[in-house]
Design a protein around this ligand. Structure first.
Ligand code: ATP
Ligand code: MG
Length: 401
């Protein structure tokens, strides 16, 4: 028995009142059975997209060519998809064409795993033609139908399989796993964006030990050769490290890429189409991880001034996991004191600026920036030097040299 949110019940009721079948399906059914909170509630229906649209006042076309309409109810989006049969998959990624059907079981047949191919209606209970509930109770991921054929249709399913194993802590059924191994090379057909998205979910999952499936299945060499080599070399050590880190993409990816040089990580992030901010953060962490942990007030001020508070804290977390807990504890103590004292950390906090220097006679141009840099270095060593009078005098002295 699944308790549906009121709005979901209302959506099903409206479709039923319109004369159509409608069920919740996929991830929300699987997660409800597992006692997990579903991320979203997907509905599958015999109504054609135009018929669904006619029943609701606020809708938009999300993937109407695939039969999906988004209905907005109380500011929440719900995807309602018409029962669908996927045609042939010539490219190993998308069906050449989809056709609609009025038969629920035909729709369930196109779905990837038995646990994702269960439909539920509050009045009817479960529609589960492939034994999904039993597989869930055995913590088993099993392909619907013939797994090799299903992976050949859509190679992304192989990576979804590994990702679900890691999210749910499930085993992969033997025949499904064999098919995965035999078809691993097909992952090359899948776009880097989709691969990135799945790997992201894998690293952030509660059972990262399942990344062993990525290595043992032979998928990884077909995703990235260097990543395969470095992760194979890291072996099991990565697992507790991932578990120790907050669930954050830049932090978890930095751990995954810990044996990459900064430049290698840059190339990798470009290839996998990371957004700029995440790619930059990963590179920053890797650069600082290759340097000693700051152990003096000067080093801590300098680091915090360059990175800002959030990234400094994240770097400390990574250094704790990968390097030296005691040294990080020292750095944290120093940082707390530096912050409490309000020490100057960067040019913004320096009691001197370019305009004041020029007013005092420093010629506009390169000299201004250079002088400010030297003054900041002084103040990073000696915070009590952060006084206008002292800095002005020092600037003029520097100017005479
Ligand atoms: P998540 O918690 O990641 O959202 P989910 O099972 O809801 O998991 P979605 O990608 O949201 O996954 O897809 C919803 C449903 O659509 C799945 O449960 C499955 O039935 C079906 N599905 C999604 N992607 C595929 C695919 N590549 N091949 C076959 N069926 C798929
Ligand atoms: Mg989903």
């Amino acid at each position: 028995q699944i308790t549906l949110p009121e709005d979901v019940n209302a959506l099903l009721q409206t479709l039923n009142d319109g004369g159509y079948e409608a069920y919740i399906v996929g991830g929300c059914v699987r997660d409800s059975i597992l006692g997990r909170i579903p991320q979203d509630w997907d509905i599958t229906t015999s109504a054609l997209p135009e018929q669904t649209k006619a029943l609701f006042s606020h809708t938009f076309d999300t993937g109407i060519q695939h039969g999906t309409i988004t209905v907005v109810l109380n500011k929440t989006n719900y995807e309602i998809t018409t029962y669908r049969i996927d045609g042939d998959y010539a490219d190993g990624r998308h069906p050449d064409e989809v056709s609609f059907t009025s038969n629920l079981e035909e729709d369930l047949l196109r779905r990837d795993f038995t646990m994702n191919a269960i439909a539920y209606h509050p009045a009817e209970g479960f529609r589960d033609p492939f034994g999904g509930q039993e597989d869930i109770s055995r913590s088993l991921i099993r392909g619907v139908g013939e797994p090799a054929k299903r992976f050949q249709e859509d190679a992304l399913r192989m990576l979804r399989c590994v990702r679900f194993a890691a999210q749910l802590g499930f085993q992969v059924d033997d025949a499904t796993y064999t098919a995965l191994q035999e078809n691993a090379a097909l992952i090359e057909k899948i776009s880097v964006e989709r691969i990135h998205e799945e790997l992201d979910k894998l690293w952030k999952s509660p059972f990262p030990e399942k990344l062993s499936l990525l290595l043992s299945s032979g998928l990884l060499p077909h995703i990235d050769g260097l990543l395969d080599k470095r992760l194979t070399a890291l072996g099991e050590t990565l697992v507790p490290q991932l578990k120790a880190a907050p669930v954050s993409a830049p932090l978890r990816w930095t751990l995954v890429l810990q044996s990459f040089m900064e430049a290698e990580a840059k190339t990798f992030c470009k290839k996998l189409k990371f957004d700029n901010a995440t790619a930059k953060q990963i590179q920053t962490y890797l650069r600082h991880l290759s340097q000693p942990i700051p152990q003096t007030p000067y080093e801590v001020r300098k680091l915090a001034g360059i990175l800002g508070m959030e990234l400094t804290e994240n770097l400390f977390i990574l250094q704790e996991i990968l390097q030296d807990k005691a040294a990080v504890a020292t750095a944290r103590e120093i940082l707390a004191k530096v912050l409490a004292d309000g020490d100057c950390l960067n040019l913004k906090m320096l009691e001197m600026d370019g305009k004041a220097l020029m007013d005092a006679g420093i010629p506009a141009g390169k000299a201004v920036g250079e002088t400010l840099g030297l003054l900041l270095e002084d103040v990073l060593h000696e915070p009590e030097h952060n006084k206008r009078e002292y800095l002005l005098e020092k600037a003029l002295k520097l100017q005479q040299k």
